[in-house]
Design a binder for this molecule. Structure first.
Ligand SMILES: [Zn+2]
Length: 199
């Protein structure tokens, strides 16, 4: 334990996802000891990002405007919606250049252990988007792990009665992993080879 504010800083970094006590300490001391480290720039960015970045009103992706850049793009195919867990998955799929439809970001996955149920996810808005019949295919691209599978199963059951074609990414993605860690080629192939979910 360090004295006062140094420990406060370490504790604060330790609250961030994926940062354990050792990393938190390393980051804190890096900031304290590196003269060239621009503290005011980081502080300003943190403030501005909170003020400016919001969630797209249509798809839930992050955006600096009411609608994200994907939803503002008129050249995309309105018949296709790809459902993902997080905004970072949108970035991963965009990198493959395989998909020219729209997205829907759930904001997580169903995980009873973490207390996350369907009502905690951005599912109601998805149902609204599907109501007018424009969308003919929903591609479920949740992560290839337990929570992602549970979410995909839940969504399939919910959407199949609506008569929309439901597809899932082909296997070949590293199981137990995170969509964003799949390389572009693998993720692109998984998209091309997506399979239809039947009831
Ligand atoms: Zn959007």
């Amino acid at each position: 334990m360090y004295e006062g504010i140094v420990q406060d800083l370490i504790d604060e970094f330790g609250r961030l996802p994926g940062i354990g006590p050792k990393s938190a300490q390393r980051i804190a001391f890096h900031i304290l000891q590196t003269e060239s480290f621009d503290v005011s720039k980081l502080a300003e960015l943190l403030t501005v990002v909170r003020e400016k970045v919001k969630f797209c009103e249509i798809c839930g992706n992050i955006s600096e405007q009411n609608l994200c850049s994907v939803c503002r793009d008129p050249r995309r195919n309105p018949a296709l919606i790809c459902v993902v867990e997080e905004p970072k998955d949108v970035v991963a799929i965009e990198r493959t250049r395989e998909f020219r439809g729209f997205y829907h970001v759930l904001g997580g996955a169903i995980s009873p252990i973490d207390g996350v149920g369907p009502d905690d996810l951005n599912i109601r808005r998805l149902m609204q988007r599907l109501a007018d019949g424009t969308v003919t295919e929903v591609i479920i691209a949740t992560d290839p792990n337990l929570e992602g599978e549970a979410t995909a199963t839940y969504l399939s059951r919910l959407l199949l009665p609506m008569g929309i074609r439901i597809t899932r990414l082909a296997s070949g993605l590293p199981v137990g992993g995170d969509l964003e860690y799949a390389d572009e080629v693998t993720l692109g192939r998984a998209f091309e080879g997506r399979t239809v979910v039947s009831g």
